[in-house]
Write a protein that binds this ligand. Sequence first.
Ligand SMILES: [Zn+2]
Ligand SMILES: [Zn+2]
Length: 171
Amino acid sequence: MEGVSFVRMDLRELIASPGKSLDFEFELPVEDLDFDGVLEYQTPMTVRGRVENHAGLLEARYDISADMLCQCARCLKEFSRTYRLEGAAYLTEELEDEDNADYYLLDDGVADLTEIARDAVIFDFEPRLLCREDCKGLCSKCGKDLNEGPCDCGDDPDPRWLALGQLLEKE
Ligand SMILES: [Zn+2]
Ligand SMILES: [Zn+2]
């Protein structure tokens, strides 16, 4: 199957062809993806995938990836990260279960793949980006990066730093 670059994908032919599939590849506009902690997209957010007709049910499998420059929510350090998300959505001409977020309605046999990919990324993206899962963050008293070693403050944090630390955690 040859790739198509349209973001709106005409599936009328595929709907009539059980067992067939259609590949897609496009870039998701990053202007729509304004996440806290992402300083810059170093590559476009690329969406690759395939729509398959499984006995009349259209399944869109996608693989989304991008390189981005981020800022750690705890230690404020900048770090590079490769974001990757794989998943699937179902395309249907009639919504039977409106509550199922994985089902998308076709518009005259046309799928809005941008919407599907954007929803998936927004749903998946962590609200707080960390340079590593066990990042120790900054000392709430002296502001030292505790990943680089302990400071001399002991464990009696100054309430002002604590408040600032909590503020940063929330952001
Ligand atoms: Zn960190
Ligand atoms: Zn300290």
